[in-house]
Design a protein around this ligand. Structure first.
Ligand code: BTN
Length: 259
């Protein structure tokens, strides 16, 4: 079972994790973070749970993770940025998690737009951002992160699409060390994003991406668009060349053709 004291010991961050709420079981750490963010919780507050009974993924999906083996947590941020900047957050968080996992495991991590993290084409981590904008100002952003750390088997169709750091490295990892590395990297990248802008983050995201010039299809609310990825816009959108025209997409579920 998690304890705030144990999780904060040797945590080398200033803001991220300055307060950590730990739960054995909760519906969703994102729900809890949103409730806290709507009241008084400070920026950098973390909510971490061993088990979620209603863990949420993107596009209304569920996020499932075995207790005692993985990381499921959320962080509250209050960035002084215009609401448009929210489209760049998924990519900035993804690259921060990718760099942290690479440091912790020496594995190569791929970023799949907008915010999936893969190793050798299989997903090991996902990010769910939820926010509140009031009077054209970001009130808060909740970043929910699920990382498959030591899980060794996956049910159903996940068997062929999901992986974990344990499966890829062949060794059990210390979840607290992975958590610390991710918080450190998130804090560093958040400062860069807020002070120097997405321009400094995008090249690092691109260096982790295998999507450029690939044929993909993107589905959003039942619509499917196919095309070739030509890049990522300065606003965080996916630039797609499709049927002779260029479109910039800001949401959707991507399938890389041939993967
Ligand atoms: C995705 O890949 O679809 C996003 C998955 C995000 C899962 C995390 S686990 C911690 C936080 N709480 C939730 O309910 N979801 C996020």
């Amino acid at each position: 079972m998690y304890s705030e004291q144990a999780l904060r010991k040797d945590l080398k961050t200033r803001l991220f994790g300055s307060k950590i709420y730990t739960f054995d079981t909760i519906d969703s750490t994102n729900n809890c973070a949103r409730a806290l963010a709507g009241c008084w919780a400070n920026e950098g507050t973390v909510i971490i749970a061993e088990q979620q009974t209603a863990g949420k993924g993107r596009l209304g999906r569920a996020w499932q993770a075995n207790p005692n083996e993985n990381l499921t947590f959320s962080i509250i941020l209050r960035p002084s940025l215009p609401p448009d900047a929210l489209n760049t957050f998924p990519l900035s968080v993804a690259v921060a998690v990718a760099e942290a996992v690479e440091t912790a495991t020496k594995l190569h991590v791929e970023c799949k737009w907008p915010n999936d993290l893969l190793i050798k084409g299989k997903k090991f981590a996902g990010i769910l951002l939820e926010g509140s904008v009031k009077q054209n100002t970001i009130e808060y952003v909740v970043i929910g992160i699920g990382v498959n750390v030591n899980q060794q088997s996956f049910a159903g169709e996940l068997q062929s699409t999901a992986t974990s750091l344990r499966l890829e490295t062949g060794t059990d990892l210390d979840r607290t060390l992975v958590f610390h590395e991710i918080l450190r990297s998130l804090e560093r990248n958040y400062r860069v994003l807020c002070t120097r802008g997405f321009d400094t983050v995008l090249p690092r995201w691109l260096s982790h991406s295998t999507m450029i010039n690939k044929q993909i299809s993107v589905s959003e609310h039942g619509n499917v668009i196919s095309g070739i990825v030509r890049g990522v816009s300065p606003e965080g959108g996916l630039i797609l060349q499709s049927n002779g025209s260029t479109k910039t997409l800001f949401a959707g579920d991507v399938t890389i053709v041939g993967m």
